[in-house]
Design a binder for this molecule. Structure first.
Ligand SMILES: C[S@@+](CC[C@H](N)C(=O)[O-])C[C@H]1O[C@@H](n2cnc3c(N)ncnc32)[C@H](O)[C@@H]1O
Ligand code: SF4
Ligand code: SF4
Length: 460
């Protein structure tokens, strides 16, 4: 069993509610899955931490958390991810939170943690509560690398290793929780990839994730430490070696943020004669045109200072929160409020337009480019795209919705505009012609707008 962003816990009926709410352009009765970032405080200080620009010293106090969990559970919450702006296990009442979630039958779908505070008590609750997945962000390959990356005393590295072994032992033969050990590579440890794999393997996890340190907003990371394209020459022979070693084990989950690195990975896989083992399946009924994000009907992320955000990938300072759980007595006031509705309007438009609506900040007040353009955000489909029945039903619903709401004839201005825009986006020649038209016929467009009220000025 592995984390599914909560999808494995959602009933057929609830999935239909989501589809119906998309079509009707209304809220569902509440999130089915939530990311609860219990605290913004952390017990280490990773140089690369992508949360540092949002970091406060706040935690959601236990009484607010229990009220919130109660309200969300009554609205049908089935699972949570515990991750964070800080480390979720560093919340002083984390054991009580876990107990409260269990008392409301809310499954812990995922815990993402540095593992420093994964004590015996936490391990017991994770195993007994059948938590689906624990990701240990070990990141470093040895104590010295740990001290460099996490900016703490090197001895903490051994403590984390002991905590990983302890959880593996506490789990015994159970499949819960699935355990992932994550490493992050940068220029200082890129020559240690084989050691990372061996260390990971010695800990007996279900998966070993090897990722790259990524840039974060505001250029906080010294760019000379982040991988450069040419570092793949150093990485390639090591990756070949670990792919060989992993042929039987099938533990590796490896993917890079750079196309050239992924090409190198594919070449190396072909040489070794292996395929990615830990990819998520794709259902026959899944179509790219229906692969828009539906989080606004499904999920929410609540951070340590109470801010509500669309998801864990939009936890950055360029994204305005959708509200704060401390501002209104009920979470439902946010879920049914104007900010969430605006996000739903924007996501619905993307779904309606087959993910072909071009992104501009003027058109999208809440969504970012990765939410609108296809293939830029893995999270919007990765966990769901294997669901044959859901995507078949969504396809039927969206097809009907498009027939009604995208029309050249018998349509109002909005429907006509959508029809023209979609046609242009789906036909490269028409798009080129349209670009030429836009470039060269401004007076004609102004005429159309002023005399006939047909506004084509932002149709592409
Ligand atoms: C922000 S952390 C929060 C949870 C917890 N404190 C932890 O570190 O696991 C979530 C995940 O993002 C990863 N992460 C943070 N900054 C990153 C960066 N700049 N590049 C790549 N991964 C990063 C962490 O290693 C961790 O796996
Ligand atoms: S452990 Fe997680 S939250 Fe803490 S500094 Fe590192 S990446 Fe950030
Ligand atoms: S598309 Fe991706 S980044 Fe945007 S809201 Fe959905 S999951 Fe988050």
């Amino acid at each position: 069993m592995r984390g599914s962003h909560g999808w494995a816990e959602v009933s057929r009926e609830r999935k239909r509610d989501i589809i119906e709410a998309i079509v009707a352009n209304k809220p569902t009765r509440g999130p089915v899955h939530a990311e609860l970032d219990l605290t913004d405080r952390c017990n280490v200080a990773c140089y690369f931490c992508n949360q540092q620009d949002l970091r406060t010293k706040d935690s959601i106090p236990l009484p607010r958390l229990t009220d919130l969990i109660d309200e969300l559970a009554e609205g049908g919450l089935k699972s949570v991810r515990l991750s964070g702006g800080g480390d979720p296990l560093f919340h002083r009442d984390v054991l009580n939170v876990m107990d409260h979630l269990a008392s409301r039958n809310v499954i812990i779908d995922n815990v993402t943690t540095n593992g420093v505070a994964l004590t015996n008590d936490v391990a017991t609750r994770l195993v007994n509560g059948k938590a689906r997945e624990v990701i240990f962000s070990l990141n470093a390959v040895d104590a010295a690398d740990y001290a460099r990356m996490m900016q703490v005393k090197p001895a903490l590295f051994d403590k984390v290793l002991a905590n990983i072994r302890n959880l593996v032992a506490a789990r015994g033969d159970s499949i819960y929780p699935s355990i992932v050990v994550q490493f992050l590579i940068d220029r200082k440890n890129v020559n240690r990839i084989v050691d990372m794999y061996e260390l990971g393997r010695s800990l007996h996890p279900d998966r070993i994730a090897i990722n790259a340190v990524l840039e974060i907003p505001f250029e906080r990371i010294d760019r000379s430490v982040i991988l450069h394209l040419e570092d793949n020459l150093v990485a390639e022979p090591q990756i070949e070696e670990i792919l060989r070693r992993d042929k039987e084990e099938r533990l590796l989950q490896i993917d890079f943020p750079y196309p050239q690195w992924n090409e190198m990975l594919q070449r190396t896989r072909d040489r070794v004669g292996t395929v990615p083992h830990n990819n998520f399946p794709v259902a026959k009924s899944f179509k790219g045109e229906n692969g828009g994000c539906f989080f606004a009907w499904y999920s929410a992320a609540i951070t340590g200072n109470g801010d509500i955000r669309p998801c864990c990938l939009l936890l950055n300072p360029t994204v305005k929160p959708l509200g704060n759980v401390n501002d209104k007595p009920k979470f439902a006031d946010h879920w049914n409020g104007p900010e969430f509705q605006l996000m739903r309007d924007e996501m619905r438009e993307v779904l309606l337009m087959k993910s072909r609506k071009p992104y501009t900040p003027q058109r999208f007040k809440i969504l970012k480019e990765q939410c609108v353009a296809p293939h830029m955000c893995y999270l919007k489909t990765m966990y769901f795209q294997g669901d044959e029945e859901f995507y078949a039903e969504l396809d039927t619903a969206l097809t009907k919705m498009r027939e009604k709401e995208i029309r050249y004839v018998f349509g109002n201005n909005t429907k006509r505009k959508r029809a023209i825009e979609l046609y242009v986006q789906e036909h490269p020649r028409a798009k080129r012609a349209w670009d030429w038209f836009r470039e060269n016929t401004r007076p004609a467009r102004v005429f159309l707008k002023q005399r006939l009220g047909v506004d084509l000025t932002d149709a592409v």
